[in-house]
Design a protein around this ligand. Structure first.
Ligand code: GLY
Length: 350
């Protein structure tokens, strides 16, 4: 088993092992005095792994209440989270009871947010089943729902008390969703670790997936320990995300997935860095090659002009400049703030 501790607040462990969900109770009993557990999952994941987790918890004498919502980003609304907390209230959950999130990023974000607001905060455990959630979103305590005005606009920082990562759950992911998560792993290499990037470049990722997940969560844990609330360094985790979000928006959050959009965003940012003499020439090409290995897109159908315009449309929310994440080199990212007026030139559009 691979184990690390995230030293934020009271601290919490991340445990990585194939098959660990079958022994959920052995680890959960060490972090809670709960009598009741609200097991939150979705209509795709619960039929695959719900029974294993639930049986394990029932074996420990816990009362388990399942809350299963319709799978998909469309469910990630305030209404779903309110329905989760009402479910807990109806079943008389107290502040010492526990929430367990079993699923991908949407599940962790919503179950985490419900835990943050129910009775002003109860404990929750993350059991991420998608690669994206395992390498990124299950660690660090960002929880949120989407609003009609945009993604993740309503949420809270609320750290889990435990993260259990079972990489066997990745075997039921479609190749597309596996690649989607791999884009975030590549991003982690880009911003903090050339050796992680090389590991992904030079190996069959599925053969070393536990190592890749472990290295990603170690890096993320370090960043979160140093900057939990994203006042500085944590923003580096957003490499590729600013153009990526614009691309997702241009596709109405339907035809291009998050990882795909982030991949294209990383290429755009590496090229802009190269054009401005801030990133060594050849960096973008190296990122393109590794993205292609996972059949990820490296450019979008929309023009760079349209992508930059969509990015600037967020102007009202972010003031007079945007903080872009750039690379000094693979494994070494930095923040570069650019005022709106200078953005077209920075991207070579004038
Ligand atoms: N996914 C980026 C972060 O957790 O900060």
């Amino acid at each position: 088993m691979k184990k690390l501790t995230v030293n934020v607040g009271n601290g919490y462990d991340i445990l990585i092992e194939k098959g660990i969900i079958n022994h959920t109770v052995d680890y959960i009993k060490n972090v809670t005095k709960a009598k009741k557990i609200c097991l939150i999952s979705d209509t795709n994941v619960f039929p695959l792994y719900g029974e294993a987790v639930k049986n394990s918890l029932l074996g420990g004498g816990y009362e388990v209440y399942d809350y299963i919502y319709t799978a998909g980003e469309e469910s990630k609304t305030a209404a779903t989270v309110i329905s989760m907390v009402e479910f807990m209230a109806q079943n008389e959950f107290t502040r010492s009871d526990l929430v367990v999130a079993l699923g991908g990023g949407v599940c962790g974000d919503m179950a985490g947010f419900a835990s943050a607001i129910y009775l002003r905060g109860i404990d929750f455990v993350q059991i991420p089943t998608s690669l994206l959630a395992q390498v990124d979103s299950s660690v660090g305590g960002k929880t949120a729902v989407d609003l009609p005005q945009g993604k993740n606009l309503c949420g809270a920082f609320h750290q889990p008390v435990l993260v259990l990562i079972d990489t066997d759950t990745l075997t039921t992911l479609t190749p597309h969703f596996y690649s989607d998560g791999m884009a975030e792993a590549i991003k982690t290499g880009c911003i903090k670790s050339e050796s992680l990037f090389e590991l992904i470049e030079n190996n069959d990722s599925r053969e070393i997936i536990d190592e890749i997940v472990y290295r990603c969560v170690c890096i993320k844990a370090g960043v979160v320990e140093r900057d939990e609330k994203e006042h500085g360094e944590r923003a580096l985790l957003n490499f590729g995300h600013t153009p990526g979000h614009a691309i997702e928006k241009l596709h109405n959050f339907t035809t291009v997935s998050h990882g795909e959009a982030v991949g294209i965003g990383m290429v755009i940012m590496a090229k802009a860095g190269e054009q401005n003499g801030l990133t060594p020439v050849g960096t973008a090409e190296r990122i393109v090659d590794v993205l292609k290995k996972f059949s990820l897109k490296t450019e979008d159908d929309n023009s760079l002009d349209d992508i930059i315009s969509a990015m600037n449309a967020d102007k009202k929310r972010t003031g007079s400049s945007i903080k872009f994440i750039l690379l000094h080199s693979i494994g070494d990212a930095f923040i570069n703030e650019i005022s709106y007026g200078d953005i077209p030139k920075f991207f070579g559009l004038e």
